[in-house]
Design a protein around this ligand. Structure first.
Ligand code: SAM
Ligand code: SF4
Length: 410
């Protein structure tokens, strides 16, 4: 964790970089916007990793070509919201490499995806289209992406315009895999770790080796210099009784740089069946702020905090995020089981144009947390291949307000 003076210097350098991409805005207006943004960043813990600074795995590390791309993407998205750009450019895209998996999580967001996975050549073609479009983070997910024999080749095909993440259980991750993925240019491994107790994590994943594999993957990744993150879906009890703090201390003790905390979004295996209440989400948001004040635990990134109205809101639909499933179909997010076409058959731009009609504005909070029941009903009574119907359904689900970030930027 960097001290306040170093943090201030980093923030100033970031503002200077941002100015390079906002020459069309008057200096006075640029300074005003930068001051409005300051409260969003000043409360965040920054991790120094190798020679780069990491705010969270929701942003590329700074300084980097990928970080510059994120600034350009954000500007294009704001222009789109103002009506002066035809499409937004999202910061991140998560790309599923397979639907196969040896686990059986009760919350699995991928449970409804069953299509054929792409060949190596087609996977690399999709990556090229995404990079040319300007995405600055590519997260490889699944199923279990370690089941792909060509994983290192796929990661190596991503050039410096984007930072890469690998979402994995760690099952099948060895010392040699760690080295080959680091050499391929991987930025961060994001290991699923839902509990600090072995039996509990194994029970959630439905696999007797899940916990030991996750810990080994964290250890090997640290040794080769990957930025080590966990994706953690705590139980309601952990959040209500404060046991999550025990988890955060455990994560620190095993060398985790960042803990991403997600509530189980009602999608996939849980479509239409939410578990967390609004009060639980409020506890998670409080946890984000309180935990990032402390030096004795890793950086904490609570998705519902960032995606709440107080910060950016939900950027699904290409505003800030989108998802490509294992067959190459474009979705608004890994949590939204609706597709706007196949990138290889229809072309990325075409799919993006359709999605921009369906998601013309960011949502105030997670689209699937709010509209899971509506999506489940829509999928029961409609042809989910009818893209015009999907566009009119999604665009009818409007929220009242913009998030504070977009309010201030507009
Ligand atoms: C779909 S999994 C694929 C990668 C790998 N199988 C794993 O579980 O790490 C990617 C990440 O999404 C998270 N995830 C899955 N379903 C979710 C849901 N309904 N809500 C929030 N996160 C979810 C998992 O915990 C995991 O960290
Ligand atoms: S969340 Fe990951 S590990 Fe769990 S079943 Fe889904 S793909 Fe497998």
């Amino acid at each position: 964790m960097v001290g306040w003076l170093e943090k201030l210097k980093v923030l100033l350098k970031m503002a200077k970089t941002n100015r390079r991409f906002n020459q069309d805005v008057s200096l006075k207006e640029f300074v005003r916007r930068t001051f409005l943004m300051y409260p969003f960043f000043s409360k965040e813990k920054i991790v120094k990793h190798n020679d780069e600074y990491v705010f969270s795995t929701f942003m590329p590390p700074f300084p980097s070509k990928a970080f510059d791309n994120m600034l350009i993407a954000t500007k294009t998205t704001i222009d789109f919201l103002k009506g002066t750009a035809p499409m937004p450019v999202p910061i991140s895209v998560y790309f599923s490499l397979t639907n196969k998996c040896m686990c059986n999580c009760y919350f699995c967001s991928n449970a409804l995806n069953t299509g054929q996975e792409l060949e190596t050549r087609d996977t690399i073609e999709v990556i090229k289209q995404l990079q040319d479009f300007g995405v600055s983070i590519i997260g490889f997910t699944g199923g279990e992406p370690l089941l792909r024999k060509d994983l290192a080749q796929i990661i190596a095909s991503v050039d410096e315009r984007s930072a890469t993440l690998l979402f994995t259980t760690g099952i099948g991750f060895t010392k040699d895999v760690a080295r080959s993925l680091k050499d391929a240019g991987l930025f961060s491994i994001v290991v699923s770790l839902d509990h600090y107790r072995k039996e509990e994590h194994n029970r959630i994943k439905g696999h007797s080796k899940a916990f030991d594999s996750a810990l080994a993957a964290i250890d090997y990744s640290n040794k080769v210099g990957l930025y080590v993150t966990t994706n953690t879906i705590p139980s309601i009890e952990m959040i209500r009784n404060g046991d999550i703090w025990e988890f955060l201390h455990f994560a620190e003790s095993i060398g985790v740089d960042e803990v991403r905390i997600l509530d189980p979004i009602p999608t996939g295996a849980m479509l239409g069946k939410p578990i967390f209440t609004e009060e639980d989400i409020a506890l998670l948001k409080k946890l984000h702020v309180e935990s990032n004040r402390r030096k004795d635990i890793p950086r904490v990134s609570v998705l519902s905090y960032f995606e709440g109205r107080e910060i950016t809101g939900c950027g699904a639909g290409g505003i800030r995020h989108m998802y490509v499933d294992a067959s190459g179909n474009l979705h608004p997010c890994d949590m939204v089981p609706l597709s706007f076409g196949n990138i290889l058959e229809d072309g990325l731009i075409n799919c993006m144009e359709r999605m921009a009609k369906a998601f013309p504005l960011p949502h105030e909070e997670c689209f699937m947390r709010r509209y899971s029941k509506e999506v489940a009903d829509f999928m029961k009574s409609n042809d989910t291949k009818d893209i015009e119907k999907i566009i009119s359904f999604c665009s009818s689900l409007k929220d009242e307000r913009l998030s504070k970030f977009f309010e201030r930027m507009m």
